[in-house]
Design a protein around this ligand. Structure first.
Ligand SMILES: *[C@@H]1O[C@H](CO)[C@@H](O)[C@H](O)[C@H]1NC(C)=O
Ligand SMILES: *[C@@H]1O[C@H](CO)[C@@H](O)[C@H](O)[C@H]1NC(C)=O
Ligand SMILES: *[C@@H]1O[C@H](CO)[C@@H](O)[C@H](O)[C@H]1NC(C)=O
Ligand SMILES: *[C@@H]1O[C@H](CO)[C@@H](O)[C@H](O)[C@H]1NC(C)=O
Ligand SMILES: *[C@@H]1O[C@H](CO)[C@@H](O)[C@H](O)[C@H]1NC(C)=O
Ligand SMILES: *[C@@H]1O[C@H](CO)[C@@H](O)[C@H](O)[C@H]1NC(C)=O
Ligand SMILES: *[C@@H]1O[C@H](CO)[C@@H](O)[C@H](O)[C@H]1NC(C)=O
Ligand SMILES: *[C@@H]1O[C@H](CO)[C@@H](O)[C@H](O)[C@H]1NC(C)=O
Ligand SMILES: *[C@@H]1O[C@H](CO)[C@@H](O)[C@H](O)[C@H]1NC(C)=O
Ligand SMILES: *[C@@H]1O[C@H](CO)[C@@H](O)[C@H](O)[C@H]1NC(C)=O
Length: 766
């Protein structure tokens, strides 16, 4: 070896060769050394008495992480020999020699750098490990060959030094592992999400995560957006079970979501919800917060003009969560526990961070672009973060993610509801965490604290600007169900005799309709505003609120209308007029297919009883006043009430009374046929049939009764024959009135005496 190298040296022009006896540095840029992909052009030597160090990235420092060769210091000197002859032919012999002795080397020698030691062993020291080569003989050369070291990883010589393929090296300040292969170096970050390199070889989770509207800027300042309305995990610690969840919902556009609420879920104790309007719920119950800190199950809660802050610690590291209704900022001071996951740890982990819930939250919508948005102007507005006073913080907090978040949201979604300022405020808050005070940034940015809705908005609403006032607006997806059909509410709910119509409170507001000015046909019938859902409900019945009832052959329709109060007496009006008609239809209550017709509407018989000669007439009416005589053309439906008059003519009413002793129905002509159904028995209504009512029986020479129409079971097509048997009764002390008990049950004794009865019949058919 030695001889060969010397031989090469002698015949080469591009050679320098000298002796080193003290701590010095040598310019080796003519034959640079590549070590784990890093090229070194200077070599440093240190004699420490016992050892000699030849280092590549600075003088030997026992505390440092230098890349050095350590050799026993045998004679207080070393020789350096460098050759970089450009003529490839001069390298053939050396290349052959290298290839034959080191099988892993395949490339050609183009230069060499030789350190010669009179040593027994060579150590290669890097920051994390040593490789000790074989025992060397006294006269061994230690050599570093440029071509071989072109990728030093691929070189491990039997008699020299190098690194075996597959060996790895850790770079402390980036927490990266470099691994050598024969052809390349692969690098692997050991602090992927969730961890970040702390610059000293250790990984930790820390930093600030900002969620503004749809955008998430994670701890590593990587930016991403949520495009649906699902619940996501922002931060989840597997080891403790702690979870911070964020729910996203639509506002003015269906295709842009905003962070709407946060839930702090402690697996062991209950959860805390940070909601719209700076409201907070602890295990489901609302709590009232002030600027002084209150502690609920280990969580410090406080509230100021800008929003709500929750501070707590998870496994020894402190977490603070701020929420103002549109922006959430999560600050984790430092955690060596690497069991975190969620959007704050890796903003691109949308699909794994989405929490299982109603799958309709993933539905995608596309709204037409808002042509009032000037994207160029928006971009300029967002870039204010790069100018004073924000620029004083640019060194500490990169404004770029905030500018991108601002731009990407406001080029799509109108810059209303104080939205532009949200991004500036988020940046200012991030600077605050880095102890950078942006003096009066709100003056420059014309920021005013976002107004809060006086009312708690319902689930389908959000707090926003309505014609210059801050009030609950409708969320776009909810509103579209109505506005697409040009409706303000509904549909009409019909139940029994009641119709109701609910109008959407936020739609009315957006349309400048004052709900207190609305009423039904009858002005006194106004809507009832639900304090939670903000739905205005109008209700009417068929016989109230000026309802109009119309019927046609099959339907009965109840119609009413919601209208604006007639305020023609007012000089001015600020509200749009409304007229919404709504109605309910019911099929007519009687059955259609069973209609009876009376065959003869008036039956008259001539009778003689002793000295009395008289006529008996039986007539059927459809009304209690006995004005609508049923005739063969009128339909009588099942269960329809019918009044039957039994009148006599030719009797002296001072002397004699007519008693309807019994009335019954048969399905055949003969009064004695079966089946038989009794309506009146012994002068009293059949107690088993609640519909029979007997009037004036035995009081005079006429009486009547009513009953509900029926048919014989199983004989739908046949007739109904109605027979009545009457008695004449000579009046004496009211003795002719049958004694019927209150319930219609007859008494044992009959007051009237029975004589020869008179019989009259009537027929119904269908
Ligand atoms: C190192 O040695 C060289 C000669 O070999 C000499 O010129 C130089 O001054 C020495 N440097 C120190 C710091 O002793
Ligand atoms: C090393 O030498 C090269 C020329 O061979 C020169 O260009 C370079 O500047 C020198 N480097 C130092 C650090 O002196
Ligand atoms: C190595 O040499 C340099 C330059 O002379 C010197 O500053 C440094 O202290 C030396 N290191 C050690 C460990 O002796
Ligand atoms: C190297 O030099 C030092 C003094 O400069 C001396 O004490 C030591 O013995 C020498 N070592 C060898 C191996 O010659
Ligand atoms: C090495 O040199 C030989 C002969 O000079 C040549 O054929 C071959 O292509 C060279 N290999 C590389 C990798 O340059
Ligand atoms: C993080 O917060 C915890 C709890 O408040 C505290 O003990 C710790 O010193 C903090 N660590 C850092 C690096 O700020
Ligand atoms: C807490 O953090 C440490 C590391 O800092 C980790 O080893 C441990 O598993 C974590 N979890 C719990 C429940 O302590
Ligand atoms: C999912 O949510 C929609 C709207 O919020 C609701 O109409 C639907 O009933 C829900 N489905 C399930 C399975 O909960
Ligand atoms: C009767 O009115 C109802 C409700 O208005 C309607 O749906 C139906 O078509 C009408 N029928 C006739 C025969 O006009
Ligand atoms: C409203 O009032 C004016 C005058 O009082 C009247 O002429 C008009 O018909 C009314 N309109 C309604 C819908 O009642």
């Amino acid at each position: 070896f030695l001889l060969f190298f010397l031989y090469v040296s002698i015949f080469s022009d591009a050679t320098f060769y000298f002796q080193i006896v003290n701590n010095t540095q040598v310019n080796t840029s003519d034959c640079p050394i590549t070590y784990y992909g890093q090229e070194y052009t200077t070599v440093y030597t240190n004699f420490t008495g016992e050892d000699l160090f030849v280092c590549f990235n600075g003088y030997y420092n026992p505390e440092g992480n230098g890349d050095c060769i350590r050799v026993p210091n045998t004679d207080n000197r070393t020789y350096v020999d460098l050759n970089n002859d450009n003529d490839p032919s001069s390298w053939t012999g050396l290349t052959d020699l290298v290839h034959s002795s080191v099988s892993t080397v395949t490339n050609n020698v183009t230069c060499y750098l030789i350190f010669s030691f009179k040593s027994v062993s060579v150590l290669v020291q890097s920051s994390s490990f040593f490789i000790q080569t074989k025992q060397l003989s006294d006269q061994t050369l230690f050599c570093i060959l440029r071509s071989i070291l072109h990728d030093i990883c691929s070189t491990f010589t039997e008699h020299g030094f190098g690194v075996k393929p597959g060996d790895t090296r850790q770079i402390p300040n980036t927490c990266t592992f470099l691994t050598c292969s024969r052809t390349s170096i692969t690098s692997m970050k050991t602090c992927g999400p969730p961890g970040q390199c702390d610059g000293y070889r250790a990984c930790s989770v820390k930093g600030l995560c900002t969620v503004t509207g749809p955008t998430v800027i994670d701890f590593s300042e990587q930016i991403n957006s949520v495009s649906d309305r699902c619940e996501y995990s922002l931060l989840h610690d597997q080891s403790t079970g702690f979870s911070l969840k964020a729910n996203f919902l639509d506002r003015r556009r269906r295709d842009v979501s905003f962070v709407d609420s946060l839930t702090l879920d402690f697996s062991d104790s209950g959860d805390i919800q940070l909601l719209q309007g700076h409201r907070v719920k602890v295990t489901g119950s609302p709590v009232t917060l002030t600027s002084s800190v209150q502690t609920f199950s280990g969580v410090d809660l406080s509230k100021d003009q800008t929003g709500v802050t929750a501070s707590f610690s998870v496994n020894g590291s402190s977490v603070s969560v701020f929420f103002d209704g549109t922006t959430a900022q999560i600050y984790l001071n430092k955690s060596n526990s690497l069991t975190y996951e969620g959007l704050c740890v890796d903003s691109s982990s949308s699909s794994s961070s989405r929490l299982p819930s109603n799958s309709s939250c993933q539905d995608q919508y596309e709204d037409p672009a808002d042509d009032t948005i000037d994207c160029a102007a928006v971009t300029q507005q967002c870039s204010i973060l790069k100018s004073a006073p924000f620029s004083s913080c640019n060194l500490y907090v990169d404004p770029e993610p905030y500018i991108i978040a601002c731009r990407s949201t406001l080029c799509k979604y109108p810059s209303v509801d104080n939205l532009r300022c949200q991004f500036l405020k988020a940046y200012a808050k991030a600077c605050e965490k880095k102890q950078v005070d942006l003096q009066n940034w709100w003056t420059t940015a014309q920021y005013h604290p976002e107004p809060i809705c006086e009312d708690k908005c319902s689930d389908h609403e959000f707090c926003g600007d309505i014609h210059g006032n801050t009030d609950c607006r409708c969320r776009a997806i909810f509103a579209s169900k109505f506005t697409e059909q040009n409706r303000l509410g509904g549909p009409t709910v019909c139940q029994d005799n009641t119709a109701s119509l609910s109008l959407v409170g936020c739609l009315l507001k957006e349309k400048s309709i004052d709900y207190t000015h609305l009423h039904l046909n009858d002005q006194t019938c106004t809507g009832v505003m639900d304090p939670d859902s903000h739905m205005l409900k109008f209700t009417f019945q068929s016989d109230s609120c000026g309802t109009e009832v119309t019927t046609n052959n099959s339907q009965v329709t109840f119609t009413n209308a919601v209208m604006t109060r007639n305020s023609s007496s007012d000089v001015i009006t600020r509200h749009d007029k409304v007229f919404i008609e709504f109605s309910c239809s019911h099929p007519k209550p009687q059955l259609q297919n069973v209609a009876f017709k009376i065959i003869d509407n008036s039956v008259e018989v001539f009778l003689q009883s002793g000295e009395w000669k008289y006529t008996l007439t039986m007539k059927a009416y459809s009304d209690a006043a006995h004005t609508q005589l049923l005739d063969p053309k009128s339909d009588v439906r099942l269960n329809q009430k019918i009044w039957i008059d039994l009148e006599t003519n030719g009797l002296n009413k001072d002397v004699v009374s007519v008693v309807t002793d019994s009335c019954w129905a048969t399905s055949e002509n003969s009064p004695n046929s079966v089946p038989r159904y009794d309506l009146i028995r012994d002068g009293c209504p059949n107690a088993d049939d609640g519909t029979v009512n007997v009037m004036g029986n035995g009081e005079g020479t006429s009486n009547s009764f009513s009953f509900n129409m029926f048919e014989f079971s199983g004989k739908e097509t046949s007739e109904v024959y109605l027979h009545c048997q009457l008695q004449l009764c000579v009046k004496k002390n009211n003795n002719c009135v049958p004694g019927c008990s209150f319930a219609g049950r007859r008494r044992r004794s009959l007051r009237y005496r029975r004589g020869a009865p008179a019989l009259i019949s009537m027929v119904w058919t269908h």
